[in-house]
Every structure is written in structure tokens, then in C-alpha cells.
Design a protein. Structure first.
Length: 116
């Protein structure tokens, strides 16, 4: 099993989930964090830290979020490890009200890489 970051995270990326994770298995893209399913130890600690309820256990993923299981696996192998909060995304509170955001999921640079 693993936990999965889903659509609600896109353009919000509050990053409150990073520090509580005991195994540092979050990875950071420009619009979203993802979880490495091979590193996640299924502790569930991160779930209640997310202000927009973006994190689900894979066995409890809503049907319309099933694609995020593969998104988490794919991009956690590419993106850098998320170890600290970076600058908050603009309008993240506004985006928290938007349900359909997957079209904004970019494969481009991460804010961590941009900061180098
Ligand atoms: Fe980290 Fe636990 Fe969340 Fe997995 S379930 S991402 S190990 S805090
Ligand atoms: Fe995303 Fe929630 Fe973490 S918005 S970055 S899963 S705290």
C-alpha cells in the first residue's frame, strides 16, 4: 500500500505534509507534491496535515482520482525530494476552491530547481 497525493494539491501545494513524514518520501513538482509509493510506510500521518484533503490511501482513492496513483509513482522518480517548504504559490487559497485542476499539472521545473 501507499498514500497518494491527488488533484486538490495542484496549484495549492501547502506543503504542510512534508515535515511530519517520518521517511521524507514527498517529491516536488511545480504545481504539486507526490509520494514515492516504494518509500511510503503507510503511516497515514500526512493525511490530516493537508488543508485541502489531497492525500488518500491507495485503497481508498476516489474513482476519479485513480490516475494520480501512476502520477505519484512516475514523478516521484523524476522530481527532487521535498525537504522544506518553498515560497507559497500565488492564489493557493483561491485554487483550493477549484476541483478540476489536473490540466495544470506541469512536468516543467520545480520551484526548488528554479531557486538554484
Ligand atoms: Fe509519509 Fe506516512 Fe504520508 Fe507515507 S503515509 S507519505 S510515510 S507521512
Ligand atoms: Fe499538497 Fe496538501 Fe501537501 S496541498 S503539498 S498534499 S499539504
Amino acid at each position: 500500500m501507499t498514500f497518494v497525493v491527488t488533484e486538490n494539491c495542484i496549484k495549492c501545494k501547502y506543503m504542510d505534509c512534508i515535515e511530519p513524514c517520518p521517511v521524507d518520501c514527498f517529491y516536488e513538482g511545480p504545481e504539486i507534491l507526490v509520494i514515492d509509493p516504494d518509500e511510503c510506510i503507510d503511516c497515514s500521518v500526512c493525511v490530516t496535515t493537508c488543508p485541502v484533503n489531497a492525500i488518500y490511501q491507495d485503497t481508498k482513492l476516489p474513482e476519479d482520482q485513480a490516475v494520480f496513483l501512476e502520477i505519484n509513482r512516475k514523478f516521484s522518480a523524476i522530481w527532487p525530494n521535498a525537504v522544506q517548504k518553498c515560497e507559497a504559490l500565488p492564489d493557493r487559497d483561491k485554487w483550493a476552491e477549484v476541483a478540476e485542476k489536473r490540466q495544470f499539472l506541469l512536468e516543467a521545473q520545480t520551484c526548488a530547481a528554479a531557486a538554484k
